[in-house]
Each structure stands twice: as C-alpha cells, then as structure tokens.
Write a protein that binds this ligand. Structure first.
Ligand code: RP5
Length: 160
C-alpha cells in the first residue's frame, strides 16, 4: 500500500471517510487502521517503527482532543506524516489542531485544516507526494484540478 490511513478512534471514521473516498478517486492505494495513542501506545510505536519496511510512502494520521497520534507516529519514522485535526465536540477541533500542528523543531507533521476540509486536503497532499513517482496518480490529480476549475467557472457563469 502507498498510504497508511490511521485514526485514533473508530469515532473519527465519519470524518476520515472523506479522506478514504478521495484517495480511492485518485487511484492511491491505502489501508485503514484504528490506533489510539493513549489506549494502544505499544501498537502505535511498532506501527511507526515498521511503516517504512511495510513499504508505505506516506502516513495520514487523524486524531481529536489531545491528539498525540500524528506526532508520535512521526517520532518513530522518517516517512512524511500528514496530521488531520478531528473536529472535536468539546472545543470544536481547536484542541486537535493545536496538539497536532505545534510540533517542536526536528519532528515535522504536515498539518491540514480542522474537519472535512482537512480530511480532503490530506488525501490530496498525500496524492501529490505519491504522484512524484506515480504517473497514474499524477494524471488523476490533474483531472481533479481541471474538474474543480470547471465547476467553479460554471458557478460563476450561472451567477451572471
Ligand atoms: C482521540 O480521542 C481520537 O482520535 C478521538 O478523536 C478522540 C476521542 O476518542 P473516543 O473516546 O471517541 O474513542 O484519540
């Protein structure tokens, strides 16, 4: 698989599904995992340590609340890690965002927006990395952008 799509809880899946749908649309191969940083810390460490040997190229990690998952995965691998802040109920995702984005220097996590925009952009960002060496994914990305532009252009024309 090209991408590991990891979430901190099955309760994250309704938001993470948008990432999975877009990865599928862009022809990126991926598998899905629930790994809780707080409830499954040893599994988390093992997953990060073995991710490169498993041939993943990118890890997408979605988590909410005190969201240690992306940072701890990044601490255990030099694969690129994209962090998706889940829109939490208590603080509307600000807790997730600040937990994920503010990594100390030396261990980067590429952090996207809170909630559904971030879930989609994580898939696009992963696809852009994969597309550096995968012509099919590059072609799908170009088509995605062209369709997006066409839809925006059409909405402008309909407004006139
Ligand atoms: C995080 O805790 C998960 O990513 C989830 O967003 C949050 C709450 O998890 P549950 O209590 O719903 O399992 O680890």
């Amino acid at each position: 698989m090209q991408v590991a799509l990891v979430m901190g809880s099955i309760s994250d899946w309704p938001q993470v599904q948008a990432t999975a749908d877009l990865l599928t649309e862009l022809h990126v191969s991926f598998d899905k995992h629930v790994i809780s940083a707080h409830r499954m810390p040893q599994t988390l460490q093992h997953f990060g340590e073995t991710a490169k040997a498993e041939q993943y190229q990118v890890i997408i990690a979605a988590a909410g609340g005190a969201a240690h998952l992306p940072g701890m995965l990044a601490a255990n691998t030099t694969l690129p890690v994209i962090g998706v802040p889940i829109q939490s109920k208590a603080l509307n995702g600000m807790d997730s965002l600040l937990s994920i984005v503010q990594m100390p220097a030396g261990v980067p996590v590429a952090t996207v927006a809170i909630g559904s925009a971030g879930a989609k952009n994580a898939a696009l960002l992963a696809a852009e990395i994969i597309a550096l060496q995968d012509l099919d994914v590059a072609t799908q990305l170009d088509a995605f952008r062209q369709q997006q532009t066409a839809e925006a252009t059409k909405s402008n024309e309909q407004l006139q």
